[in-house]
Design a protein around this ligand. Structure first.
Ligand SMILES: [Zn+2]
Length: 346
């Protein structure tokens, strides 16, 4: 079940309301490229555009949220509403998806899935209001899968709206970009994001927004995954003490992203700058830039292998041990895992 319209008939995400009305009024083509971050609601916006195409309320410039068609989309059962999403993204977002239990959920949109969606869009419509296909994220289509879509993008079946959501349109095939009308989502004003998180009952919205570069839906997801503002603020200190429980249960990409942000802010603190992701946290004085740079390189290496089937508990222990070592003052303790570094440290 998904609801994109609230009880008062408004689009649920206030920072995108105006943009949605404008898009409905101004978009002429049938193939659209929505440029926006997932954490700002790019998928939700694409969903609303698809839903608006099928909405049966007269004169609606946005989905009404309560007609027969909107209700069917809400329940993922509208016969003319289709979506393409990598299996693992769909599972994370609670979007219905067929998964082969014997295989790992795919991180890509596969060519057979693209072909099936095209077939569905060329069959007769169930409710006679056209069809919608929403693709999220567009970057998850590899070149072969994307090429299969080109002809349909150029000449969509009558009444079909295709919406591709992408945070980085430059990563799409140029031939995909050139066939779509682009719609760029506005940057979320911090005050709007803060107020909205407050309305959701989330404590410490400023901390979570800083942690997520200002993306409100990412901040909400972070809180829901158990990384509260309080826990986030305490993270630098706990990691510096080698407390692996501070990150217990974090999935590998979440763990590595948190460590990269911690490393960034530790470097800022080491040169007397302002932390960006952990504004209210305590930092040890006298951190060694050399150690932090070494840690940064290690993290980059790990991030390149984030898809490796790590034993997550062991990885947390190893990553926190490495971080602890990098977060000690330059004058205390010496690294024992790398003799060269022990003598080079200032
Ligand atoms: Zn409707």
């Amino acid at each position: 079940m998904v609801a994109v319209v609230d009880g008062e008939g408004r689009f649920c995400w206030p920072w995108l309301r105006e943009s949605l009305v404008e898009a409905q009024a101004q978009v002429r083509g049938h193939s659209l490229l929505v440029h926006g971050a997932p954490g700002d609601g790019a998928w939700e916006f694409g969903l609303a555009l698809g839903m608006a195409q099928l909405c049966e309320s007269k004169g609606a410039r946005r989905p009404c949220g309560h007609c027969g068609a909107c209700n069917l989309v809400n329940g993922w059962s509208h016969p003319d509403f289709h979506w393409l999403m990598p299996q693992d993204t769909a599972l994370q977002r609670g979007v219905p998806v067929q998964v082969d239990e014997r295989r790992k959920p795919s991180k890509q949109i596969r060519i057979d899935e693209v072909r099936a969606a095209i077939d569905a869009c060329t069959s007769t419509t169930g409710r006679g209001q056209g069809r919608a296909l929403v693709i999220f994220p567009g970057e998850a289509m590899n070149a072969i899968a994307a090429s299969a879509l080109l002809k349909t993008l150029e000449e969509p079946p009558a009444g079909t709206r295709i919406v591709i959501c992408a945070a980085e349109p430059a990563r799409l095939l140029p031939t995909i970009r050139s066939r779509c009308q682009r719609w760029t989502l506005p940057r979320v004003a911090p005050a709007v994001a803060r107020a909205w998180l407050g309305e959701q009952g989330i404590p410490g919205p400023d901390v979570l927004l800083a942690a997520c570069n200002g993306h409100p839906l990412q901040a909400l997801a972070m809180h829901e995954a158990g990384m509260t503002a309080e826990r986030w603020t305490a993270l630098p200190e706990r990691v510096a003490q080698g407390d692996a429980a501070a990150l217990a249960g974090a999935a590998t990409p979440v763990l590595l992203e948190a460590m990269a942000k911690l490393c960034h802010d530790a470097m800022a603190a080491a040169v007397g700058g302002q932390p960006r992701f952990f504004p209210g946290s305590k930092w040890t004085a006298g951190l060694s830039l050399r150690r932090l740079s070494d840690w940064h390189r290690q993290l980059q290496k790990l991030q390149r292998h984030a898809d490796h089937p790590w034993n997550e508990a062991l990885l947390v222990d190893a990553v926190v041990a490495e971080a602890r070592s990098a977060l000690q003052p330059a004058t205390s303790g010496r690294r024992t895992d790398n003799g060269a570094l022990a003598t080079l440290d200032p």
